[in-house]
Design a binder for this molecule. Structure first.
Ligand code: PLP
Length: 300
């Protein structure tokens, strides 16, 4: 059984620390930059993973936790680590049947080392995993019919409500709070937790421009309607999920040097790049404070 008390024994660092970063690209526009260090919440349940998984681990009531992800999923690794730390069985359904016959990459190897059972599925089944019949057949094949199922990226209503605390922790501290978006679940909760006059800015890392509807839907399911002031800027996906460019890589390396912050490349680098570009475009009023949420840490 995973109780809130069991989670407390993992000693999450909450509220997560906030520190000011002195950066001339912001300073010359009269803008203060804060780093909200969610990457320091827990060494294994990093950033938004703690905020999203903790309420789900409690709701799992000791059942096997089954979830979904790609071959390098941060969410799969965090779920596997939670299983090890809390003594819960975990199953990871991985996109790509072809991976079953290859040596595990370091991310999946870490999942297995943490006790996660992996099940590889072809891409078409993976796409249909939220359809009740496909899911039921999958759970039967895996022998996990009574598992507690967490969706890909961990973004269900419990997770979205868990991310409200991120916004609450930032009340009164910033005018704009920027966050990288995959499913948008973290943004949906963050925006709901912010105070009056604060707004959330989401930087999607996937290409497609479909996320606004998804976030509205997540807020509807979690809170019964829209919450908070938020919008997305779709210009900074750099070609799509896990895509990068030499420019983004050198920006991230330079940011690490300037601020002593390990910059996670799939999400955090794109958010920081977007924020810097917006500052240079004059998008933030002089005298305003912008907080960048550091939702992850590079995987070594
Ligand atoms: C480091 C990091 N930042 C941000 C996100 C985006 O979270 P969400 O799917 O809630 O938008 C993820 C997603 O898993 C992530 O791993």
């Amino acid at each position: 059984m995973t109780s809130p008390d069991a989670l407390a024994t993992l000693h999450p660092r909450l509220p997560s620390p906030v520190r000011e970063a002195h950066d001339d690209r912001f300073a010359r526009r009269g803008v203060r930059l804060l780093l909200k260090r969610d990457d320091l919440i827990h060494p294994d349940l990093i950033g938004n993973k703690w905020r999203k998984l903790a309420p789900n681990l409690t709701a799992a009531h000791g059942h096997t936790v089954l979830t979904f992800g790609g071959a390098y999923s941060n969410h799969l690794r965090a779920t596997a680590a939670a299983g090890r730390l809390l003594g819960l069985a975990t199953v990871g359904v991985v996109r790509g049947q072809e991976l079953a016959d290859r040596p595990l990459n370091p991310s999946l190897a870490r999942c297995v080392a943490d006790g996660m059972r992996l099940h590889f599925v072809d891409r078409s089944t993976y796409r249909r995993k939220t359809e009740p019949d496909t899911l039921a057949a999958l759970l039967r094949t895996i022998g996990a019919e009574d598992a507690y199922v967490v969706p890909e990226g961990g973004s269900n209503s419990l997770a979205v409500r868990g991310c409200q605390a991120l916004g609450q922790e930032l009340r009164g501290q910033a005018d704009v709070v920027a966050i990288a978006c995959g499913t948008g679940g973290t943004l949906a909760g963050l925006a709901a937790g912010l105070g009056p006059g604060q707004r959330a800015l989401g930087i999607p890392v996937l290409k497609g421009g479909f996320l606004t509807a998804g976030i509205r839907h997540l807020q509807e399911a979690a809170f019964g309607g829209p919450r908070g002031d938020w919008h997305l800027d779709d210009r900074f996906h750099f070609g799509g999920y896990a895509r990068t460019t030499p420019e983004l890589d050198s920006f991230a390396a330079d940011f690490e040097d300037r601020h002593g912050l390990p910059v996670e490349r799939l999400y955090v680098a794109k958010m920081l790049y977007g924020l810097m570009t917006l500052a240079e475009e004059g998008a933030f009023a002089r005298g305003s404070t912008v907080a960048a949420v550091v939702t992850g840490r590079p995987f070594m």
